[in-house]
Ligand binder design. Structure first.
Ligand SMILES: [Zn+2]
Length: 346
């Protein structure tokens, strides 16, 4: 069995994946036609090319702009789970970042209900489960964030359709020059309605912002977090606490080459060697042109990991998830059962 077959067969979970970043290029083209949106190129596959984070965000925003109606959101969620399941995904906690859409007049209750319908349809076809993390787009500032989290809290409290699929609050987009603690009110409200908390920090921001997200915002997980080694005391503490990091090595190299110029120099193995609970994820599989199986293959090759090492990484994905104990045990058991049948995995 070659590495690709081994890692494709291995059940995998993903904790850092933006649902908008899973949109198929063909779907971008189709929705652009439906909504009479001009694309910058007639070759839709060449859309997913960029040289740095700024260029990536322009493409990300273009993809987001295709989501005009609830049917578009439903289709996105459905195709996202279907495509993940093809590569051994069994469970995902996916970000959705509808700030722009809400500011444009779309309704959060309709977006959440539509995402829920799409996920549910794909779940029934594949068995792969997907739950959602509402991501604040930092670009629009704390007041807009609080307005949107207040709407989300109201949906949770009223038991609105699909609201129970949203299990967490996160924060993405621009990190540079933004103090995460300015979003504290949104995070406090999220805690009040039982949402788990995470934040993108430490991709383009110092270790102090990672500590702030944990200590001030109450985050129990950090997305990226690759600047953590700036603070050895913080590393020691987070090893001790086993706070999960959702790391996306290939996306870092593709989107952020100034910080991560090449995969084999990425800090992911250093994080694991230090004892941090560093999990492996794609970030934006369609936009970075790889799936979760390829992420496993490329990282195994770049970091010299054995199949057993990759099984450990898959199991750590479960440990870092927000599954309850019995669901986590069941997913872990399925990973171990498949691992036992893979040559050289024990
Ligand atoms: Zn991300």
């Amino acid at each position: 069995m070659n590495a690709a077959t081994q890692f494709a067969a291995l059940p995998k979970v993903e904790l850092h994946c933006h649902i908008e970043g899973t949109m198929r290029a063909d779907t971008v083209a189709d929705l652009a036609r439906q909504h009479s949106i001009d694309l910058p190129t007639s070759d839709v596959r060449s859309l997913y090319g960029y040289e740095n984070l700024t260029g990536f965000l322009e493409v990300f925003w273009l993809v987001q702009s295709m989501l005009v109606t609830p049917d578009d959101w439903e289709r996105l969620a459905y195709e996202s789970v279907i495509d993940g399941a093809e590569h051994g995904l069994v469970y995902r906690e996916a970000f959705c970042t509808p700030s722009r859409h809400l500011l444009d007049g779309q309704r959060l209750d309709e977006i959440v209900a539509a995402l829920d319908r799409g996920c549910a349809r794909a779940e029934s076809e594949t068995g792969t489960r997907c739950r959602l993390i509402f991501d604040i787009d930092r670009e629009f500032g704390p007041e807009v964030a609080l307005a949107h989290v207040t709407e989300l809290a109201a949906l949770r409290r009223s038991g609105a359709s699909g609201a129970d699929r949203v299990i967490g609050l996160g924060m993405d987009s621009t990190e540079i020059g933004i103090d995460p603690t300015t979003f504290a009110e949104s995070y406090a409200l999220a805690a009040d309605v039982g949402l788990r908390r995470t934040a993108h920090q430490g991709e383009n921001s110092p270790a102090t912002t990672i500590a702030a997200a944990i200590d001030v915002l109450g985050c129990t997980r950090i997305d990226h977090g690759i600047s953590v080694f700036e603070d050895s005391e913080l590393v020691a503490r987070l090893v001790d606490e086993q706070l999960p990091f959702t790391v996306c090595p290939n996306a870092n190299v593709l989107i952020n080459p100034d910080v991560c110029p090449q995969l084999d120099a990425h800090v992911f193995p250093r994080m694991r060697d230090a004892g941090l609970l560093a999990t492996l994820n794609t970030d934006d599989p369609a936009l970075v042109g790889l799936d979760l199986t390829q992420e496993y293959e490329l990282c195994a090759a770049a970091f010299g990991y054995s199949v057993d090492d990759m099984v450990d990484i898959a199991l750590d994905g479960v440990s870092g998830s927000w599954l309850d104990a019995s669901d986590a045990a069941s997913v872990s058991a399925s990973i171990m059962a498949v691992a036992a049948s893979i040559p050289s995995a024990t």
